[in-house]
Design a protein around this ligand. Structure first.
Ligand SMILES: Cc1cc2nc3c(=O)[nH]c(=O)nc-3n(C[C@H](O)[C@H](O)[C@H](O)COP(=O)(O)OP(=O)(O)OC[C@H]3O[C@@H](n4cnc5c(N)ncnc54)[C@H](O)[C@@H]3O)c2cc1C
Length: 508
């Protein structure tokens, strides 16, 4: 991380003692990135941490588990390809615990986008300073002329560069991303290549995605950070590179990581402590609880814990929801793809296909398989999949698109395949911006973490999961008079925010 480019969000809270004076027992429910981030910080500070993870593997939606190919060879299957952006400061700080030089991260040279009729965009080589990155992109984009850019709705265009945590929600959360983009008035091809693809990457369909969340995403990924939008990938399975090392790191600090131990119910006692009931009925006690599960899992725990929190908070959590399903299809092909192909491309306007990643170009296990078999390991993703689409229809569509984009795959036989259709990513619907759950809850010993939880600085996806986990740990440290873990952010507001909305009004 280049910290000189990052904003330090909590500098005044680091002069207190680093370690907890007395052992505090903390239960972390959920072993995804949010839960593990909280667990790592608290274990480092001397808390007695117990992580309860329902699955046998850690990592949640970024997790991986052992599977076997037909010839008996073991491999690690993942929930899907992940992009590790260079402005994921807090995620990177977590990964440095197990890989101080971040050697696991392989930089990609570009973030190419491919559209219908051979349309393409590239995000490599842009200036790093906003708004010059946007101006340079417009200048060289084949789908957009400066003349077109000047015709866009001025107010909405400026709103993109004026992200503000309060004003953006107040002014744009009632609109869908589709309505916002329709009114913005970009030429259709430019809109498709620069915006539609972007909106879709957050798993939510444009017609049911808050415009305020889209503006936040544009700010976080492109207009508000100086690291650029080109990202890194992990050179091995996430289990081997991230989650097993994190588990060992926690064990070295006395934390207990329980796999296959889902939490069913939580109750608070009058002394402020909590009792967790695990699947199977066993009970465990804790001074504080970090709940870092998915939205449906949180709602299920809440249903079984009728006295947790208060009525308003429970109603807020009941209103959260998941977005449409997404599909991940990994294919082992019997022949290579063309030599000029890149590790990853994003796609738009090509049926259900959202991206193609060539695992054998960056991941060690897949590279070994491709070398040994003269083949290729390809992963296709489809986000915001219509509910009516079944596995056969999704596969037929994705394969047709793969053949169109990489014609050399037309004659390839599929030697092995794994298909995942899941529905557990949070929805960010219009009108819900103010209703986003916070890390703190009405119960002073209970905290939330996860990629659906509000953070007071711009974040998304993995970086939001980790940042909220660190925020939860910091709340516990603060309660016990300890220094907080530093948290880092991209620019808290857009370059035009002061000009349009005045000085900041929130704690961003
Ligand atoms: C296919 C795909 C591609 C993605 N690509 C990217 C990307 O490129 N870049 C990016 O930044 N993000 C990406 N994401 C999003 C990213 O994976 C998530 O934002 C992040 O992993 C969420 O972490 P989390 O800790 O909030 O939740 P999760 O990872 O969902 O963790 C929640 C954990 O809680 C556990 N749990 C549930 N119920 C219980 C219970 N009752 N008791 C105990 N444990 C329980 C679950 O098993 C899980 O391990 C992608 C996601 C998917 C699915």
């Amino acid at each position: 991380m280049s910290r000189s480019r990052a904003h330090h969000t909590n500098p005044s809270r680091q002069r207190l003692p680093h370690r907890l004076a007395a052992p505090v027992e903390v239960a972390v429910v959920g072993g995804g990135l949010g839960g593990l981030a909280a667990a790592v910080i608290l274990a480092e500070r001397g808390a007695k941490v117990s992580v309860y993870e329902r699955e046998q593997f850690l990592g949640g939606r970024a997790g991986a588990w052992t599977d076997h190919l037909a010839d008996g060879a073991a491999f690690e299957m993942e929930r899907g390809f992940h992009a590790f952006f260079r402005h994921y400061y807090n995620l990177r700080a977590l990964l440095r615990r197990v890989d101080p030089e971040l050697r696991m991260l392989v930089p990609l040279a570009d973030y190419p986008l491919v559209g219908p009729g051979g349309l393409s965009e590239s995000f490599s080589g842009l200036p790093r300073t906003p708004p010059f990155n946007l101006l340079a992109l417009i200048k060289r984009s084949p789908t957009l002329r400066l003349r077109d850019a000047l015709r866009v709705d001025d107010t909405l265009g400026r709103a993109l560069m004026a992200y503000d945590p309060e004003a953006t929600v107040a002014r744009y959360d009632h609109l869908t991303a589709k309505e916002y983009l329709d009114r913005l008035g970009f030429p259709p091809k430019a809109r498709q290549m620069l915006f539609d693809v972007f909106a879709h990457s957050f798993f939510n369909p444009e017609e049911d995605f808050s415009a305020a969340e889209l503006i936040l995403m544009m700010h976080f990924y492109f207009l508000g950070n100086r690291e650029g939008i080109v990202f890194d990938v992990v050179d091995g399975p996430f289990s081997a590179k991230i989650f097993e090392p994190l588990s060992a790191y926690l064990a070295e600090r006395g934390a207990l990581v329980h796999r296959g131990r889902g939490v069913e119910q939580i109750s608070a006692a009058s002394d402020g402590r909590h009792t967790l009931t695990l699947e199977g009925g066993e009970r465990r006690r804790a001074d504080a609880v970090v709940l870092a599960v998915t939205v449906p899992a949180l709602q299920a725990i809440l249903e079984r814990s009728p006295e947790l929190g208060d009525a308003a908070w429970r109603a807020t959590l009941r209103r959260q929801s998941v977005t449409l399903p997404f599909a991940v299809w990994r294919l082992w092909l019997d022949r290579p793809v063309a030599a000029e192909r890149t590790a990853f491309i994003g796609t738009t306007g090509l049926g259900m296909l959202d991206n193609i990643s060539l695992y054998h170009l960056f991941e060690d296990e897949s590279r070994a398989w491709a070398d040994a078999h003269g083949g290729a390991v390809v992963e296709l993703h489809a986000y915001a999949v219509p509910e009516a689409a079944d596995e056969a229809a999704i596969k037929a569509d994705l394969l047709a698109q793969l053949h169109a984009v990489y014609p050399e795959t037309r004659g390839a036989a599929i030697v092995e395949e794994r298909f995942l259709l899941r529905r557990d990513c949070p929805a960010f619907r219009p009108g819900e911006g103010r209703d986003r759950p916070r890390v703190i809850t009405p119960d002073p010993g209970l905290f939330l973490a996860g990629d659906f939880v509000h953070t007071p600085f711009p974040t998304a996806l993995m970086e939001r999961a980790v940042s909220s986990g660190v925020l939860a740990a910091n709340m516990i440290l603060r309660r016990h008079g300890c220094a907080e873990e530093p948290l880092w952010s991209v620019r808290p507001r857009g370059v035009l925010a002061r000009w349009i909305y005045g000085p900041p009004t929130s704690a961003a």
